[in-house]
Design a protein around this ligand. Sequence first.
Ligand code: CP3
Length: 345
Amino acid sequence: LTVIEKPFLAVLGGQRRSPAPTWLMRQAGRYLPEYRELRAKAGGFLAFCMNPPAAAEATLQPIRRYGLDAAILFSDILVVPYAVGQSLDYLEGEGPKLGAVRTQAEIEALDWVNWRPKLDPVIETVSRIREQLPQETALIGFAGSPWTVAAYMIEGGGTREWFEIKAMGFRQPDLLDLLLDRLVDVTADYLIAQVDAGAEVLQLFESWAGVLPVADFHRFVIKPTAKLVAKVRARHPNVPIIGFPRGAGTLIPAYVAGTGVTAVSVDQTVDPVWLDQALPPHVPVQGDLDPILLKVGGQPLVDGIRQSLKHYPNRPRLFNLGHGVLQWTPPENVTLLLQTIREGA
Ligand code: CP3
């Protein structure tokens, strides 16, 4: 009996691997023609996320095309607000729109008790993917971290300033803590269910980590994420958890130490020489290629990858972008990316 090793999991277990195990945030998505075809039949993005055969297929498309080292569940961070009863629509070209919640009464009126069955389809998708995944490929489950999910819930969508949630943090920090605590509980149960169904790694997306003053970063990003990690670990002590505090910059070491995540995903603005010295040597780092380079392609892409592969020379390292694959990225650039990573090994 040969046990097939998953290089992705080996790195999260603290080992170095060459070539660096690779996946890309938003590896399933609109830049792939086969995704656009599937998406056109789905009747809306939320319906797509709640359709297990279609969502499993979307997850597997980039694995079949490229043979990446990890697959990520095809879903969205905003299925959690949807499950607790907030209205949610994805408008073409405008991004997500939610019915904003801003008062204690509005927060308490959401369904924090019986939300779980609404996410059954997502959990079924996880089991379906796990059945069909090649044995060398790891399966990543995910959720938005509480601050980022709360930001969309309070604003009612994406914004430039994040005025409403930051204002709540300044005027009524206890009310924001209340919402974050509820999100910690729901998100922990949701992530535990993903692991029960076959997810082998979890990633926490904190896309808007970079907009807070330092004290609020500790209170509204690190504290709830630490609670979330502890709750998941109470049930699944060994599941690797990757935190992605996008834009956190100099606060990354405090984030890693304070939350207890296994590994950290970094964007292209982080100085790798500084971070390598600032983090304990066993902590794996994932990153950090500018997604613009993937869209540009050609020699700039090859040069950018070679440069990025020199980062973190002695530490467990996973290769990824600094943020998601952009729309209209030529699919063949991902082939070039993987060739470049694998020939450099
Ligand atoms: O391939 C993967 O990475 C897995 C699937 C995935 C999606 N969203 C699919 C998606 C994951 C992990 C996410 C996370 C997510 N969703 C984040 C965190 C990561 C980040 O990008 O910062 C955030 C902030 C969201 C919220 C969200 N969902 C926004 C702002 C948008 C609109 C912007 C856009 O790109 O359209 C979405 C929609 C969305 N989520 C799409 C996909 C493939 C596009 C929907 C479509 O096909 O029409």
